[in-house]
Design a protein around this ligand. Structure first.
Ligand code: SF4
Length: 365
C-alpha cells in the first residue's frame, strides 16, 4: 500500500467544479442518449438548460466586448460533431491523432493556445454523438507517424490526443465523456493509447475505471508564481495530487510543463515545481512517467485575441528574447531566441534527470 504525500494547503482545498450559466442544446444533440444524459447532469447541477428549436446556435451576446467574453465563457453548447470534425488530424509532437470530445475551455489562461486555433466567441462546445466519434477511431489504428518513429513511444501504439482543443477533465462533471472514452479504450483490444492533459484536478470519477493502461493522463503544470496567468484552473498542488492518485490507480501518467515562461526568477520557480512534482510522485510502484516540455509561443493572431481578452495581463508578449519562426504551413509564431531556448532546455533536461529519473522526456519544443 502506498502512502500519499502530505497534501499542501492548496491541495487540500475543495476541488472547483465548473458550472456554466446556461447550456444551449441543439435539437440534433438531443436525439443522442449521451446528449440527453448531459442535459440531465447539467439540470442536476442547477444549470439553466435552453433547448433550441433547431441546430443553429444563437448566442445573442452583448456588444460590449468584456461582457460578451464573460457571457461566452459561461456558455456551454451541446451540439453534434459533423463528419468533417470526425476526420482526425495528425497532431505532432503530442500524438498521432487529435480526437475532439469538445471544443473550448472554461478557464481563463492569458497564454491560451486556443485563442489562436478556435475562431469566434470563446464558448465551450461539447459533442453529443460520442459513440460516433469513438466508432471512427479504429480506422486510424496503425496509421500514426509519431509513435512509430519515436523509440520512447513505440510501445504506446497509435496515440489519440483528447486535449488539443479543450481541457476534457474540466468538463467531466457535466459530460462524463472522458470517463466513457477511457472505458472505451480499456475495452478496445488494440495497440492504442488515449492521451489527455489537464489543468484541473477532479479525477475521482476516473480512478476506478477499467482503463487497461491504455490512457495516459498528464498534468499540465507551471510554477505557483505564474498562477496569475491561469485563471479558473485548479491549483498546481491539486493537479499533482490528482496525477499521483491516477498513477496509484495504475494509469500511465505524465507532466506537461507548459508553457515554459522565461520570466525573471524562472530558474527558482521551475526548480521548485520539478521538486514538488518529484515529491508528489515519490514511491509509486511501477510509475510510468513521461515529460513534455513546451516553451511559450504566440502568433500575431493569438496575441491580438489574448490582449483583447486579458488587457491587464502581465504575461510578456513583447519582442524581448524572441525570434520569429515560420511554420511548415507558412504562418509565423514568436518563440524564444536561440540563447534563451538553449539555457531553458539545458536546465530542464538536467533537473528532470536529477529529480525525476523515471521520467522519459518525449519532446522539447
Ligand atoms: Fe486554455 Fe488549457 Fe487554460 Fe483551458 S486550461 S484556458 S485550454 S490553457
Amino acid at each position: 500500500m502506498q502512502s500519499a504525500p502530505t497534501p499542501s494547503r492548496s491541495s487540500s482545498r475543495p476541488l472547483s467544479v465548473w458550472r456554466p450559466r446556461r447550456l444551449l442544446a441543439t435539437r440534433a444533440a438531443l436525439t443522442f442518449a449521451h446528449g440527453r444524459t448531459i442535459v440531465e447532469r447539467a439540470t442536476a447541477m442547477g444549470v439553466e438548460v435552453v433547448e433550441l428549436p433547431g441546430d443553429r446556435l444563437r448566442l445573442d451576446l452583448p456588444d460590449d466586448p468584456r461582457r460578451a467574453y464573460a457571457q461566452a465563457k459561461a456558455t456551454l453548447a451541446l451540439t453534434v460533431a459533423p463528419p468533417s470534425k470526425r476526420r482526425l488530424q495528425p497532431i505532432a509532437p503530442s500524438a498521432d491523432w487529435r480526437v475532439d470530445l469538445a471544443e473550448g475551455c472554461p478557464a481563463h489562461c492569458s497564454y491560451c493556445y486556443l485563442a489562436g486555433s478556435l475562431k469566434g466567441p470563446p464558448i465551450t462546445r461539447v459533442y453529443a454523438n460520442l459513440e460516433e466519434i469513438l466508432d471512427g477511431l479504429p480506422a486510424y489504428l496503425g496509421q500514426g507517424t509519431i509513435t512509430s518513429r519515436n523509440e520512447a513511444r513505440v510501445a504506446e501504439g497509435t496515440t489519440f490526443e483528447a486535449s488539443c482543443y479543450t481541457d476534457p477533465l474540466a468538463l467531466e462533471p457535466l459530460t462524463g465523456s472522458l470517463s466513457a472514452t477511457i472505458a472505451w479504450f480499456g475495452r478496445w483490444q488494440a495497440d492504442a493509447q488515449l492521451r489527455f492533459t489537464t489543468k484541473f484536478a477532479d479525477v475521482a470519477p476516473l480512478l476506478a475505471l477499467d482503463h487497461a493502461g491504455r490512457t495516459r493522463m498528464r498534468a499540465s503544470i507551471n510554477p505557483a508564481a505564474f498562477a496569475r496567468f491561469e485563471g479558473g484552473t485548479s491549483p498546481v498542488a491539486q493537479r499533482l495530487a490528482a496525477l499521483a492518485a491516477m498513477a496509484r490507480a495504475g494509469y500511465p501518467v505524465g507532466l506537461t510543463i507548459a508553457p515554459i515562461i522565461a520570466a525573471p526568477g524562472w530558474q527558482d520557480a521551475y526548480a521548485t515545481l520539478i521538486g514538488d512534482a518529484a515529491t508528489a510522485l515519490a514511491d509509486i510502484a511501477g510509475l510510468d512517467l513521461t515529460v513534455e516540455l513546451i516553451t511559450h509561443r504566440y502568433t500575431p493572431g493569438s496575441k491580438a485575441v489574448l490582449t483583447s481578452w486579458y488587457p491587464g495581463s502581465s504575461l510578456d508578449m513583447t519582442e524581448t528574447n524572441r525570434v520569429t519562426k515560420r511554420t511548415k504551413f507558412g504562418s509565423e509564431k514568436q518563440v524564444y531566441d536561440t540563447a534563451t531556448m538553449r539555457e531553458l532546455r539545458r536546465f530542464f533536461e538536467e533537473r528532470i534527470a536529477q529529480e525525476l529519473p523515471a521520467g522519459r522526456i518525449l519532446y522539447w519544443t
